[in-house]
Design a protein around this ligand. Structure first.
Ligand code: SF4
Length: 373
């Protein structure tokens, strides 16, 4: 797997030889995009942070992997942590930061002791005065969102803040802060060192009703049939959910998985987490489960998301209990659209995707519950 290639501090040495401008330009040329879900160009982020006037800058490795069905960052921390740490050191060098943090998902606390040892060893071997501190996350999904993460790192309650300003210009303690995901930073080290590093290769987290759940590497554009073959489903597959925010769509074996093809189905690739549902599943059940997650994880700061997620959940519960009717569907869609248009952060802006796409693609599953009346 490309993601398992080790860089052994050679990437950091090459970055030092290239200089700050050189390494940022190289990351831009290599076409590295953020792997946390937003796919923002990494080089552009590094450049903005570097060019912002300040007496201090910070790097944060976002290891708060909380999206349901996503476990690729845990895979990297377990299997190639040193390359990730080298990526942090390269990022720190590129933007001129001396203090770095790894914001580790609360539930990944068990990974901390080994990671701590790896950090210590890498800093010693690199003979650097840069520090890397591991901070345990607050155990909330919202803390994976950049502004909420920074609030949590500063000891505050993890709630999202409106943007701008973006953390790259105004982040930790008001200073430029570069937040990159675990996979992004690991790829950054590999992109710097290896001429044949391929930006289109992505990690996919596969789970659900399959016999081979796990982390796989596929290029963007891979046929759905190839992914299904690796997943080895127990029964005929019916639907795929892209994490919880990417939406739910029917299985189409001939489809090439790209951001554009998914967009045509009103879905989003996110962090390429695919949860499979088979013919024995009703998609309303899946949607209900996702709605419970969002209601629990809404930070409560803004009204549309705080109240709207509960309303969507209650309507789905009503349908699920057999008490719903067709008239509930337009209300559900209106709620989902309204929350998405008015919510403050990415959580609220995507929390209705599962409702909208399940109603669009699987009206028969809702009908099945209406006919139980
Ligand atoms: S959209 Fe939801 S999670 Fe985001 S700030 Fe508003 S209440 Fe919090």
């Amino acid at each position: 797997m490309q993601i398992l290639r080790k860089t052994n501090l050679k990437a950091l040495a090459k970055a030092h030889a290239l200089g700050q401008e050189g390494v940022i330009a190289l990351i831009e040329r290599k076409g590295l995009e953020g792997r946390g879900g937003a796919a923002f160009p990494t080089g552009k982020k590094w450049r903005t942070c570097h060019d912002t006037q300040a007496d201090e800058r910070f790097v944060v490795c976002n290891a708060d992997e909380g999206e349901p069905g996503t476990f690729k960052d845990k895979f990297i921390i377990l299997n190639n942590p040193k390359t990730m740490i080298e990526g942090i050191l390269i990022a720190a060098y590129a933007i001129g930061a001396k203090r770095c943090f790894i914001y580790l998902r609360g539930e990944y606390e068990f990974l901390r002791p080994k990671l701590q040892r790896q950090v210590k060893s890498m800093l010693k071997r690199a003979k650097t005065d840069v520090t890397i501190e591991i901070v345990r996350g607050a155990g909330a999904y919202i803390c994976g969102e950049s502004t909420a993460l920074l609030q949590s790192l500063q000891g505050n309650r993890g709630t999202a803040m409106s943007k701008p300003p973006n953390p790259t210009r105004n982040g930790l303690w008001g200073k430029p802060t570069m937040i990159n995901n675990v996979e992004t930073l690991t790829c950054a080290a590999q992109a710097v060192l290896f001429d044949n590093w391929k930006p289109e290769v992505r990690l996919f987290s596969l789970s659900g009703n399959i016999q081979n759940p796990g982390v796989y590497e596929f290029p963007i554009g891979v046929k759905m049939s190839k992914v299904i073959k690796a997943a080895n489903p127990k029964r005929k597959l019916k639907a795929v959910s892209f994490g919880c925010f990417g939406g739910i769509m029917p299985v189409d074996e001939n489809m090439a998985i790209t951001p554009e093809t998914l967009m045509m189905e009103k879905c989003h690739h996110g962090a390429y987490s695919i949860i499979f549902a088979d013919e024995t599943n009703n998609v309303v059940d899946l949607s209900l489960s996702i709605a419970k997650f969002y209601t629990y994880e809404s930070c409560g700061k803004c009204t549309p998301c705080r109240e709207g997620t509960v309303r969507m959940l209650n309507l789905l519960r009503k349908i699920h209990s057999g008490e719903g009717s067709r008239e509930d569907l337009p209300i559900l869609c209106e709620l989902a659209n309204h929350i998405q248009e008015t919510a403050l952060c990415g959580l609220g802006q995507t929390c209705g995707n599962h409702v909208l796409t399940s109603i669009l693609h699987f009206p028969q599953d809702y009908e099945a519950y209406f006919s139980k009346k």
